[in-house]
Design a binder for this molecule. Sequence first.
Ligand SMILES: Cc1ncc(COP(=O)(O)O)c(C=O)c1O
Length: 374
Amino acid sequence: MSFTPFELEEWQSRYEHTVAHNLADSGCHPVALGELIGDDSAALDRLLAADLHYPPVGGTDALRALIAGWHGAAAGNVLVTVGAAEANAVTVASLVGPGDHVVVMEPGYRQVRGCALNAGAEVDPFPLDPGRGWRPDLDALDRAVRPGTKLVAVTNPNNPVGTILTPSEMDAVVAAADRVGAWILADEVYRGTERLTDEVTPSFWGRYDKVVCVGSLSKAFGLPGLRLGWLVAPPELTEAAWRRHEYATISAASLSMHLAEIALRPATVDRLLTRNRALIREGYARLQEWIDGSDGLLSIVPPHATALGFVRYHLPHSSVEVAHAIREHGDVLVGAGAHFGVEHHLRITHGLQADYLDAALDGISRALRKLHTV
Ligand SMILES: Cc1ncc(COP(=O)(O)O)c(C=O)c1O
């Protein structure tokens, strides 16, 4: 049986601890435990007194209610998982089988694509168009979705290009899926990372009856180490995914659920989103300045969200070649465009501390100069 590896995650597993600067992770500089708890001594006492039992397998009731609130759903729709990674995997495992047809937004985080291929499905892309500032090509979506399409997968806001779908583009995705009765998997892990507005991107939840929304604490909340994610789905699908979750992981960690209950309180949500949006806005300004100083070697379509820049380089080399050169000669890890489905780009994380980012960008410049002159 053929197996499609997850190239991006393999790249990170192999190299992220081998470089001086890692710009290949997809979130902001992470929140420290003390920063999450702040001066709430009662929360700290509760944390220290917590029994380290198995937690409720689908998530504590309190956490499921808080997650439901983030999407405008009900607690019964929620399954708490080990990161969005598990939520995507159990969703695909619940919906997709051999011979099914799946349509996936590209460029993208290629987990759903890979899981669907590994389940024996046929996968077609739904492109974001670089010629139109990475807006979705809705005609191509209409051509891709056909009778028998089982699942349409979107990431909104998008990784790696930071596109936020407009309400009418969301309606077009729903209409395309509805035309053939397909499910929509809306990976919404980047809701809350908006760069140009303080308004959280609307959820797909409530726009269509066959929708699964996936989320996590890893991006907008800056807490990837908790490995805490979720899916929100109609109850039958939540149950089907839960059955897979019991096989895969049993449950997320009890301490992570405890800390997630703190992170998802409305006051903490405001604090964390404000912190991370500030890192994103400052980091992007530095990245843009660096690109502007590259004498035309680099260019970018400014992203609307995420801590990521999907940077076009104007050299003939493949993106994996360039990313290796940056690793070897600049001591920096970046993402290669090919791992997101688009060549001649690098994904560069900028939502980091200024000194760290500047030193890393210098390392990339050094490596690119070397490539440029050979
Ligand atoms: C679009 C998308 N979905 C899911 C994930 C996995 O996130 P988590 O850390 O919550 O497992 C990522 C991580 O980069 C991502 O970019």
